[in-house]
Design a protein around this ligand. Sequence first.
Ligand code: AMP
Length: 115
Amino acid sequence: MTTIFGKIIAKEIPADIVYQDDLVTAFKDISPIAPVHILIVPNKEIPTVNDVVPDDEHMLGHMFLVAKIVADEQGIARSGYRLLVNCGDDAGQEVYHLHMHLVGGRKLGPMLRRE
Ligand code: AMP
């Protein structure tokens, strides 16, 4: 099932794409939680981390390399940033096309709130 991210990757709907190659696409989150909020998305439609297979290993590692490149381009490599992947309902995943959030540009505070 193609999600909204699949349509962004195919350029069927607009997005602010900051990086694209044959494996991944990175674009600005439409509802940013920090001054820099980029989504790094595999071009292959993988719904969640639960759906990755051994053949995806290279692409998954590549996502980190692209995160580093984009963080540098966005000017937050030295100040720091957070990389986050939600998987499934309890994590609050909204779009079922695997993606890594790259968030920075301000002090982000503790990673998780204690309940
Ligand atoms: P998650 O909760 O991890 O599934 O995150 C989904 C993210 O996608 C949210 O931060 C949304 O703001 C973002 N998002 C949803 N639709 C779009 C869109 N059309 N363009 C850019 N980001 C989007």
